[in-house]
Design a protein. Sequence first.
Length: 398
Amino acid sequence: MKLPHPFLFIAGYRVYSTQSENSERVLALCERNSIPYSKTRLDGDTLCFSVPFLYVFKFEKAARAENIEFISISSHGLLSLVLRYRKRYGILLGLLLSLWLIILSQSVIWDIRIDGERRLSEREVKAVLSDCGLDLGTKRRDIDVDTLENRIMIYSDDIAWISVNIIGTVAEVEIRELDLAPEDEDGEELSAASNLVAERDGKIVGFENAGGNIAVEIGESVSRGQLLIGGIYGDEENGFRYCNPKGRVLAETVRTKEIKIPRKAEQKRYTGEVKCEKYLIFFKKRIKFFTNYRNLPPTCDKIIIEEFLSAPRNTELPFGVMTVRYLEYENKEVSRDDETLRNIADAAVDGYIAAELSRAQILRKKIDFEIYDEYLLARCKIKCIEDIAVRKKLTIES
């Protein structure tokens, strides 16, 4: 059960972290005990999440009962802020001044809205705008729209047309991207002619959306590099016609994979020491106003949390607080038992299948384990149906 951010801020909440291997157990515990949680984020091998103050005691009691290790990082919310900074009048004055600037300031760009991007991401377009002189915090009087548009057209090789309209404190940007050369289904730029050949050995079981001069039949065994679908038609007498064949050629293949898991490994153990920095975010500036340490420990995890104010219509304002926390840990060498090694090997095989065979149909998977004093060796044999066609460009001699 998740709670919206405004409720969390009013009611107050506490931020926890735990090892990523405990993620499923923690979330299942919250669902089972009807404990609301929010702002979950996986940072490396650490899961961060928030629990409202009203459920903190219930969560910690349930987590200890199930032997789940967790670290209480920080407390947030309206009540927490009031109690924490009730005697720091300078911070209160700074917050009031910043709010006054947000309300009254009409001289700078507060928001940039992009429309028309396809291949380019919004972040990439904003990076081009920033390099050419348009960014959050840019003074409106310093923006010459015609000059800015011309500068962007010269600067970017991906933008064919751009229109910038300044409406109040919002810059509305509309772009049209340059059309690239035709690409195949995998995003590779097509040449004048090509063939589809076998990437590996296999037995043909079918075709999908095939187009071109098909050179193999269903049930035929093929070897790596063999022609599957040709891009050449005709003969020397009548002349040749060239094309780029398309489609998927499905074949039954066998993949093998060896994975070696060492018995000894370093395991991260948190000491419970947490170092903290806080920054005031104002447009692109980061102003440090709090720290509780002098020197960082030699080994620590860095967690960055940025919280911005929101305006009506869910517009995120470039003003907020960034909290940087350093969680100290120690690396201890541990010796893993046989069952743990098998579980790690199984997970490694699943990762290999997810990375290399995500679009394949797995027919059978067999894993043989060989256990030695220093390591475990897993030999995996995977039988599957996959697309074995890869494009090979042809050189046409005139």
